[in-house]
Design a protein around this ligand. Structure first.
Ligand code: GCO
Ligand code: MN
Ligand code: MN
Length: 388
């Protein structure tokens, strides 16, 4: 049996804020101490991770002096080079400080919008200094509880102007960032703007430089919206917009749980891994999750190891799925081919359309055929449950 030990070649990443999560929640204080970034880097490297991602303030406190900032960055860079980890993605904390309580890029206060841009440009400088090539934009506070302020259309315009500005800044600095928008339907706001992958894809098309923008979809976020994560990711891949991905797990209809990857919905996780592996997605696989609040430090590393092991186990199952003769026969039977009709439907020509309109279909037979999905799904379940 394979040993499912991750290596940097697997390109697994964690945020400083994930393995550094102290267990604080809206009802209770931290259950774990704060750990310094260099220590987290050392531990992640020992587990076989490839990289570590960060918000500006995961490393540099919001009120740090320039000298303090430089010292923290130097210490972090030393740990990265000592332990062979990279920083593929950086982002801005535009949600913790009270200044952002009613939004950052979409605040109704022009001073807050300007401060959000300033803070993001500094954070982009930091990310570039650390070698990041992907810049994530999660608009946690970009939303409303109350629509009486009447800013729905304005907010979209302000958001667009900010993204255009930041893309132009990145280009002017030669940073070459690819920006990845991370949709979420709610929490911490009642309604967050651009709530789903589909919304973000539509919005990107309205930007000045749409080619610089893509998606950072998250398993928990689409699930919170009652949607299928594999379906959302497929749409992002189809649009050439899967720039990054946040893996975790989530029960539907709950607060954002950030569970260990595969912990709640291993079947959904399997189809997601299958999609990523078969589509040739080559970016980092980022676990945006954290250990349960119940856990001590040993639980944090069990959580991190578990995320990566589950991915590798599911990747192995994907290979078995492809090699399983019975499953492949069921798939071949499901996907009916018809060379004559496919020739007519492949390209529109007046002749093809004429022939298609004249074709006599056996409608009753089409409706009667059983596609074998029950059997195929049970074979998949048995594969996942380890009995084939
Ligand atoms: C959340 C989000 C965040 C973002 C992070 C990076 O629900 O809190 O998933 O963890 O991913 O801020 O942008
Ligand atoms: Mn999240
Ligand atoms: Mn996330």
């Amino acid at each position: 049996m394979a040993d499912f030990t991750p290596t940097p070649a697997d390109r697994f990443t964690f945020g400083l804020w994930t393995v550094g999560n102290t267990g604080r929640d809206p009802f209770g204080e931290a259950t774990r101490p704060v750990r310094k970034a260099p220590y987290l880097v050392e531990k992640l490297a020992a587990l076989g991770a490839y990289g570590v991602n960060l918000h500006d303030n995961d490393l540099v406190p919001i009120d740090a002096t320039a000298a303090q900032r430089d010292a923290l960055v130097r210490e972090f860079q030393q740990a990265l080079s000592d332990h062979g980890l990279v920083v593929p993605m950086a982002t801005t904390n535009l949600f913790s400080d009270p200044a952002f309580k009613d939004g950052a890029f979409t605040s109704a206060d022009a001073r807050v919008r300007a401060y959000a841009l300033q803070k993001t440009m500094h954070a982009m400088d930091l990310g570039a200094e650390l070698g990041a090539d992907t810049y994530v934009l999660w608009g946690g506070r970009e939303g409303t509880e109350v629509d009486a302020g009447g800013k729905l259309l304005d907010a979209l315009g302000w958001f667009r102007d900010s993204l255009n500005y930041l893309a132009a800044y990145s280009e002017s600095q030669g940073y070459g960032y690819r920006f990845a928008l991370e949709p979420k339907p709610n929490e911490p706001r009642a309604d967050i703007f651009l709530p789903t992958v589909g919304s973000a894809l539509g919005f990107i098309a309205t930007l000045d430089r749409p080619e610089l923008f893509g998606l950072n979809p998250e398993f928990a976020h689409e699930t919170m919206a009652g949607l299928s994560f594999p379906h959302a990711v497929a749409q992002a891949i189809d649009a050439g917009k899967l720039f990054h991905i946040d893996l975790n797990d989530q029960k539907m209809g709950r607060f954002d749980q950030d569970l260990r990857f595969g912990a709640e919905n291993p079947k959904g996780a399997f189809f997601l891994v299958k999609l990523l592996e078969e589509s040739g997605y080559a970016g980092p696989k980022h676990f945006d999750a954290h250990a349960l609040r119940t856990e001590d430090e040993a639980g944090v590393w069990a959580f991190a190891r578990g995320c990566m092991r589950t991915y590798l186990i599911l990747r192995d199952k994907v290979q078995r799925f492809g090699q399983d003769a019975e499953i492949q026969a069921a798939l071949a039977a499901y996907r009916v081919q018809d060379a004559e009709l496919e020739a007519l439907t492949g390209t529109f020509t007046p002749a093809n359309a004429g022939a298609l309109k004249a074709h006599a279909f056996d409608r009753a037979a089409l409706g009667t055929r059983g596609p074998g999905l029950e059997a195929l799904d049970q074979l998949t379940m048995e594969l996942l449950l380890g009995v084939r």
